[in-house]
Design a protein around this ligand. Structure first.
Ligand code: PMP
Length: 427
């Protein structure tokens, strides 16, 4: 569709003043002026269903979170160098949701900062430099973290002390063998092994749901890393806070628990305050005690009373509304619908994932290979049908399904109907 005058003008102004490093979604970009629950609205009042945004975990513009922010902002906003009972309350409640040894919280502002700090702690604690990551991982934007994020490709090349391993697919032997090679290579190069870091949803490596095989594989890799003196970092920036669903058998909010990992450091962020820049590092106390003896860590905007008010309200709503359980139930239903659709459609393959973090491959029906242009066309087709979604994974050919957690059964049906329509339009 041709761009309307306002959209054209906004794009021109944006291009003139903002960094070319930014990327807009869609050849036909969207401008939203309001959000509520799982819906976003344009200036003309068009309603879009959000199947993409994980940050507004309890729903767009949740009234309890908005009120908590407004109330605190109208009263006081300082920083972490004054006593603040709200911060202490929040930290106590948060660490209680982790295994007992993970008892110490450091607040930061972004997932990248959380990973950056985790690496800094690991490097200091071990005296080593080497970092092992999965081969298409994304962990963030700082110089240090871009250097362990192979999915960025391009000029942000990996550091000399980074080694990649295949993700835990199949029987996992490839990952274990890669890890053994990586450890030997890092030691031979004099870097040693500071840490293994994994995104516990393995999102950019193609979404890998926990299974007995992934558990055994990760346990073997973690043991090898520890034997080399390294630490284990779980990146929960995307999967954390219940996105993977909670069920009676699997009540945990964290992906590492589902994978049976026993990390030394856990990073959290994105959904933590429903959209305010709040992220954190949850770690074993002895590690942070040793770090704190040598380092004075102050992060101006991290853990301010307004940030904490947003994080507390988000945490309360998440629990009061039973959203991790809801994500488990609706996610299972949606996965069932996707399986049914995939069964009858040669362009879709292998729906997978957990809770409301699902992926499905878009393939060329003739070859069965990942079809990135078709995935891009589907994402655009869905945008015209007022569904927001993206493609991700190794070949950018997997649809990434990651809505706010209040996503309803009706939302799931609407998404499937429009996906069917967009597939039909593709021919
Ligand atoms: N880790 C993972 C797994 C992520 O997906 C992201 C962001 N997409 C980050 C870290 C970085 O978080 P942020 O953008 O808040 O720096």
């Amino acid at each position: 569709a041709a761009l309307d005058e306002r959209t054209r003008a906004l794009i021109d102004r944006r291009e003139a003043v903002l960094s070319p490093g930014y990327r807009l979604f869609y050849a036909h970009p969207v401008e939203f002026v309001r959000g509520s629950g799982t819906k976003l609205y344009t200036r003309d009042g068009e309603e879009f269903l959000d199947v993409y945004n994980n940050v507004p975990v309890v729903g767009h513009a949740h009234p309890r979170v908005a009120a908590a922010i407004a109330e605190q902002a109208a009263r006081l906003n300082t920083h972490t160098r004054y006593l603040d009972e709200g911060l202490i309350d929040y930290a106590e409640r948060l660490v209680e949701a982790f295994p007992a040894a993970l008892d110490t919280l450091t607040l930061v502002c972004t997932g990248s900062e959380a990973n950056d700090l985790a690496l800094r702690v690991a490097k200091q604690a071990t005296g080593h430099r080497g970092v092992i990551v999965t081969e298409n991982a994304y962990h963030g934007v700082t110089t240090e973290i871009a250097a362990i994020s192979p999915s960025l490709g391009g000029d942000d090349s990996l550091a000399a002390w980074t080694r990649t391993v295949r993700p835990p697919v199949g029987d996992g032997r490839a990952m274990v063998a890669d890890a053994e090679r990586a450890i030997a290579a890092l030691q031979a190069a004099g870097h040693g092994v500071a840490a293994l870091i994994v995104d516990t949803a393995f999102a950019s490596d193609g979404f890998l749901a926990p299974s007995p095989a992934t558990r055994a594989t990760l346990a073997a890799v973690a043991a090898a890393v520890r034997a080399a003196g390294g630490l284990v970092i779980a990146d929960e920036v995307q999967p954390g806070f219940g996105r993977l669903g909670a069920t009676a058998e699997k009540p945990s909010l964290w992906g590492f628990v589902r994978h049976g990992l026993d990390p030394d450091l856990v990073t959290i962020g994105k959904p933590m305050a429903n959209g305010l820049p709040v992220a954190g590092l949850v770690a074993r106390r002895p590690l942070m005690a040793a770090f704190g003896e040598r380092v004075r860590y102050f992060n101006t905007f991290a853990g301010t009373p307004v940030s904490v008010a947003a994080a507390r309200a988000t945490w309360e709503v998440l629990h009061d509304e039973g959203l991790p359980q809801h994500a488990g139930a609706v996610g299972a239903a949606l996965l069932g619908m996707l399986r049914e659709l995939t069964g009858g459609h040669p362009r879709l393959r292998d729906p997978r994932g957990a809770g409301l973090y699902l992926g499905v491959d878009v393939v060329d029906p003739a070859t069965g290979l990942p079809d990135q242009p078709a995935a891009t066309a589907l994402v655009s087709g869905l945008r015209e049908r007022r569904i927001l979604i993206s493609a991700s994974g190794r070949d950018n050919a997997a649809l990434k399904i990651r809505p706010p957690l209040p996503f309803s059964h009706g939302d799931a049906e609407r998404f499937i109907t429009e996906l069917e329509g967009a597939l039909r339009d593709l021919g």
